[in-house]
Design a protein around this ligand. Structure first.
Ligand code: KIV
Ligand code: ZN
Length: 502
């Protein structure tokens, strides 16, 4: 296979491994938005879903195949004909289709997941690749739990699937178990012991259970892998996957590795915000590259050193990751066009927004705040314009009584299906009373699992952002809300989560 040997292919699995996170499920339109942003970012492969898993996943792979031109569209399967048939069917509109099939490679998986033997597993792996090859040319094979697999057996498996037609071989550290040195040596072992290895690209797919996903992926690349599987903001099963933005910026910063990607790093901040907003998954403030504090210097010594010479304390120029959008700054003098530009950049569907009304609200906010940040825009948009309110419950009125001599009481009115329903409830505080009032209208077994409030700028006039996670019939749903009133932000976050299943 001929390709630039220093190019690292970026395989994004935000819409598959990332979307498996409880509460992060997206609808097809949201997935298309993210896929288009990934295309603009320059990823080489988009893993669009697992078609056999649900009709929704199947349809998303179909629609993403139609919507995206340049990247390869990949669909996940297990090593069986039914899965592969579904993937082939879902990929029929893809300009560059890839089927991703595979099976467990560790003795643990072989025995306790498949109740099988190494010989039988090897046979199934080869059969799956040969079967998938009947539909598309580009076949990626994953050796699940390769991180804990015996290297000699793994090498045997990889050689057999390449001989059967696999074009990419994925060596997942499914459980995030390996140490970087160990994982790097595993990749090197395959490079040195699989005789047909040059007929395929080695891919690294690392999970972050021990916080080593990025380090392990880098060890794999340094030892000869040329594709890395990652997600925006590092989201994914349990502790997540390798974060795309970290790998992209490591490779950009460490020129001596002589490895490059096609990523346009200036898009990283925007796509991180978009994914976090759509999946209702906050980014931790100290997250490398895209966290709120990633470029904030707070200690006096650091500030002094930074002001003397930026590179004393900054190894990445924030503009390289798309921070400090100096292009169009939003103020009270900005027009509708500028507002529309920024809303589109954050992934809003302009067709669904009443731009005149939003612009009016924007002007009021801009008069107060002078310069409008992305967080301010998210706050503006969270109040009534969000898709989740379109067919769901919307807060029409909130009246709360509280104080050290009062029993906290909330009176609310919710709008739903053209009707207004009201309720009053008490609680151990104003938020609890409001949640109780909403729950008394909804009347379903909903359990509030997580509740966090974050101030966005500081100051008592600040806007707060509330994230909530609820459990309903053993499924997790997340929601967020913004407001200068924390009780209202909480009510909106709760309704945002509830509207996903009501
Ligand atoms: O972590 C893993 O092993 C996976 C495979 C399905 C590629 O996600
Ligand atoms: Zn995975």
């Amino acid at each position: 296979m001929l390709h630039d040997k220093n190019k690292v292919f970026i395989f994004d699995t935000t819409l598959r491994d990332g979307e498996q996170v409880p509460g992060c499920q997206l609808d097809t339109l949201e997935k298309i938005k993210i896929a288009k942003a990934l295309e603009l970012l320059g990823v080489d492969v988009i893993e669009a879903g697992f078609p056999i898993s649900s009709p929704g996943d199947f349809q998303s792979v179909v629609e993403l195949s139609k919507a995206v031109t340049n990247p390869i569209i990949c669909a996940l399967t297990r090593a069986n004909k039914g899965d592969i048939d579904a993937a082939a069917e879902a990929l029929k509109y893809a300009k560059h289709p890839r089927i991703h099939t595979g099976i467990g490679a560790s003795d643990m998986h072989i025995k306790y997941k498949f109740n099988s033997t190494r010989e039988q597993i090897l046979e199934r792996a080869v059969e799956a690749v040969k079967y998938a090859k009947k539909f598309v040319e580009d076949i990626e094979f994953y050796a699940e739990d390769a991180g804990r697999a015996d290297n000699i057996f793994l090498a045997q498996m990889i050689e057999a699937v390449i001989a059967a037609g696999a074009t990419v071989v994925n060596i997942p550290d499914t459980n995030g178990y390996c140490l970087p040195d160990e994982y790097g040596k595993k990749i090197l072992f395959l490079k040195e012991n699989v005789k047909n290895i040059d007929n395929a690209i080695i891919s690294v797919h690392c999970h972050n259970d021990l916080g080593l996903a990025t380090a392990n992926s880098m060890a794999g690349l340094i030892n000869g892998a040329r594709q890395v599987e990652c997600t925006i903001n590092g989201i994914g099963e349990r502790a997540g996957n390798t974060s795309l933005e970290e790998v992209a910026m490591i490779l950009k910063t460490h020129h001596h590795l002589n490895l490059h990607t096609n990523i346009n790093s200036k898009q990283l901040t925007d796509i991180s915000t978009m994914v976090s907003r759509m999946m209702r998954m906050p980014v931790q403030p100290n997250k490398a590259i895209v966290g709120k504090n990633a470029f904030a210097h707070s200690s006096g010594i650091h500030q002094d050193g930074f002001l003397k010479h930026r590179e004393n304390y900054e190894i990445i120029n924030p503009e390289d990751v798309g921070l400090n959008h100096a292009d169009i700054i939003l103020t009270a003098r900005s027009g509708r066009h500028a507002l529309k530009h920024h809303l589109e950049r954050l992934g809003y569907e302009i067709e669904k927004i009443d731009l005149d009304d939003t612009y009016e609200k924007f002007l009021v906010m801009a008069d107060e705040l002078k310069e409008i940040s992305d967080d301010d825009l998210l706050s503006l948009m969270s109040d009534g314009d969000k898709n989740s309110f379109k067919n769901g419950y919307k807060l029409n009125l909130l009246h709360v009584v509280c104080g050290d001599k009062e029993s906290p009481t909330a009176h609310i009115k919710l709008q739903h299906d053209g009707k207004e329903i009201d309720a009053t409830a008490i609680g151990n505080g104003p938020v609890d009373a409001t949640i109780n009032a909403i729950s008394s209208i909804i009347n379903k077994p909903i359990e509030l699992k997580e509740f966090s409030i974050q101030a966005m700028h500081g100051g008592s006039n600040d806007t707060s952002k509330v994230n909530m996670t609820v459990n309903y019939l053993d499924k997790i749903y997340t929601g967020y809300g913004y407001s200068t009133d924390i009780v209202k932000a909480s009510a909106n976050a709760y309704l945002d989560a509830l509207n996903k299943f009501l």
